[in-house]
Design a protein around this ligand. Structure first.
Ligand code: ATP
Length: 431
């Protein structure tokens, strides 16, 4: 399949089956904004759960917070975003379309016109807070979630008594007024980040940076991404706060692109916030009996970019079907339950009972769907297309033998499993 075709097919499936819709579609859409449908919302939730399990829940050195999205604008001045969070932009003299300077050559890709003199374009969205007119009321939608973590460094330290090294994680929306939103949900103006600020002793930063790069790479593989690689950023590419950055890239149909960046931010942020706020943000190291500003290692991942990578990776065309081969932990629906025929009350009753029991036992692990429309073959195809790993069917034999068929999405093979063993069967499958 051609790469362009793959992208078109993924976009079409995403809309048809309720993963992603164009934003505000009935008003003609809105460039750079998308709305996530019922299945896409579950997909995103599963990505976030997998990240939280690995980054927060399974560790005792990481806590998570939920900071305000709009912060005191002084914080973004201190962090360098007001002055420096910008991309070089060029505008075509003929059609006036604007482009990121690093993404175009000498002529306008839309009309072939010449570009005027370039300028820096700040990516932060401005908003106004309160009723007062005037510059005091200007604030910004956060361009990354990290800011909320740095300004709470002292609060978290005081309320938890964590000792270095420790991390503060956060999942939440971030906004960037991208010059050219593109490639479906890859580059949008509103997106969700999963960020960890892992604070370390200044001389341990390089070692711990390497550990996080490895750990994050392994996580992407664990959720089913195969076409991933690491790429070290060159000095001139790095953000203004970064000492070193390694990107985790995915091979999208439009090329290798970043899905996560792991940065060594040194003590840039804590030092800038301490200076601007006048608050001491040093850490007292009880063993060494000294105060210092910790360094910070930051793995920062985008939920939508990972969701898009997962959709591209999963999309498979076989002879008579389209299958989304999602990892079972990531699939929006874990298993679907069917009565073989919808008009046989005994089958429906038993299937319904199994469905309710699965939901009660495993809702923490997955999500279960009910389908009794059309014929069984169509139901299988419909579940394949959204990537449901297993389909459970209650047939006439089930009424006599107290078992069901479980069909595997990838092999399409069916096996008979006693109803009494289903709970254990899925517990084992879902690990
Ligand atoms: P790019 O170079 O592609 O603009 P970036 O290096 O500015 O990305 P970071 O600031 O490192 O991105 O942000 C961390 C993560 O947030 C990225 O790896 C990506 O997954 C996500 N992200 C950043 N910008 C966007 C965007 N416009 N749309 C969707 N996700 C984004």
């Amino acid at each position: 399949m051609k790469e362009k075709d793959l992208m078109e097919k993924v976009v079409a499936l995403a809309k048809r089956r309720g993963f992603v819709y164009p934003g505000s579609e009935i008003y003609g859409g809105f460039a750079g904004f998308y709305d996530w449908g019922p299945l896409g919302t579950k997909l995103k939730r599963n990505i976030k759960h997998a990240w939280l399990r690995d980054t927060v829940e399974r560790r005792d050195d990481v806590v998570d917070i939920d900071a305000a999205l709009i912060m005191n604008p002084k914080a973004w001045e201190a962090s360098g975003h007001v002055g420096g969070f910008s991309d070089a932009m060029v505008e075509c003299k003929k059609c006036h379309h604007r482009f990121r300077a690093d993404q175009v050559k000498n002529e306008c890709p839309d009309c072939g016109g010449d570009f005027g003199v370039g300028r820096q374009f700040n990516l932060m969205f401005e908003t106004r807070v309160g009723a007062a007119e005037g510059s005091e009321s200007v604030a910004y939608l956060r361009p990354e979630t990290a800011g909320g973590i740095f300004v709470n460094f002292k609060n978290v330290l005081n309320s938890t008594r964590l000792k270095l090294p420790f991390g503060v994680a956060q999942i939440g929306k971030a906004f960037r007024n991208e010059i050219n939103p593109r490639d479906f949900v890859f580059r949008t103006r509103e997106f969700e980040q999963m960020e960890l600020e892992y604070f370390v002793k200044p001389d341990e930063d390089e070692k711990i940076f390497d550990e996080w790069v490895k750990r994050r790479f392994a996580w992407h593989e664990s959720i089913g991404l195969k076409k991933v690689r690491l790429r070290e950023q060159a000095k001139e590419e790095r953000a203004h706060y970064s000492k070193a950055t390694t990107d985790i890239e995915y091979e999208f149909p439009f090329g290798w692109q970043e899905i996560e960046g792991v940065a060594n931010r040194g003590n840039f942020d804590l030092s800038a916030h301490a200076k601007a706020s006048g608050i001491d943000l040093t850490y007292f190291d009880e063993e060494a009996k000294e105060r210092y500003l910790p360094y910070v290692i930051e793995p920062s991942a985008g939920v939508e970019r990972i969701a898009l990578a997962l959709m591209c990776e999963a999309y498979t065309e076989e002879k008579e079907r389209v299958v989304m081969k999602f990892h079972p932990h990531i699939a929006p629906v874990t298993a679907a339950v069917f009565p073989l025929l919808a008009n046989k009350p005994d089958l429906v009753k038993l299937a319904r009972h199994i469905y309710e029991a699965l939901k009660a036992d495993h809702s923490h692990l997955g999500s279960f769907a009910w389908d009794d429309r059309g014929n069984i073959g169509k139901r299988y195809l419909s579940q394949d297309e959204i990537g449901t790993p297993w389909c459970i069917t209650v047939d006439f034999e089930s009424l006599e033998k107290n078992d069901v068929t479980v069909r595997d999405r990838d092999t399409t093979k069916q096996e008979r499993i006693p109803i009494a063993n289903l709970k254990e069967y899925f517990a084992r499958k879902l690990g």
